[in-house]
Design a protein around this ligand. Sequence first.
Ligand SMILES: N[C@@H]1O[C@H](COP(=O)(O)O)[C@@H](O)[C@H]1O
Length: 189
Amino acid sequence: TRLAIFASGAGSNAQKIIDHFKNSPLAEVALIGCNKPNAGVLNIATKENIDSFIIEREQYKKDGYTDFLHEKRIDFIILAGFLWKIPQPLIDAYPRKIINIHPALLPNYGGKGMYGSFVHEAVITNKEKQSGISIHYVDEHYDHGDIIFQATCDIVTGDTPDSLAQKIHQLEHEHFPRVIEEWLVGNSK
Ligand SMILES: N[C@@H]1O[C@H](COP(=O)(O)O)[C@@H](O)[C@H]1O
């Protein structure tokens, strides 16, 4: 089973997923797509000797790189900090085969513009007692599809958007690779 990871940032989740499936008989990370030419995740792809490509807005809007992904024999797509919405042609070509991780407890704190530090700032500003991560199927809306998994962390006095971001990254790195594996096993039955 060949996985593609789409990411826009540093790629710490991509690295954990790559490490998890490195010697796995179940699946391999075969391709990394990124819409930011200077993003750290592209350095990870080079270091790990994994095929990568730059996602250009025009072609992405046109066909979502669907033909290209089929040529690369990609079976499932993992969004790990990818900031662009998934276009309909790609959703149609990969029905319930695209999942995303969101750094908050959906359905709250999701949607357009709700990413990275903006999420944690909103959660802290609203004096929430808990936050967490959500792993969900991708549909035509931002942060909207059926939820596959959630995990929570407590927010204590003195927590800042940065300290919360650290707690969230820890949760992501702990759970995302394992949840992907369980999801793939479920899909192979
Ligand atoms: N959507 C969010 O973007 C961040 C990406 O971090 P990284 O995997 O690039 O380090 C993660 O917190 C993810 O939930």
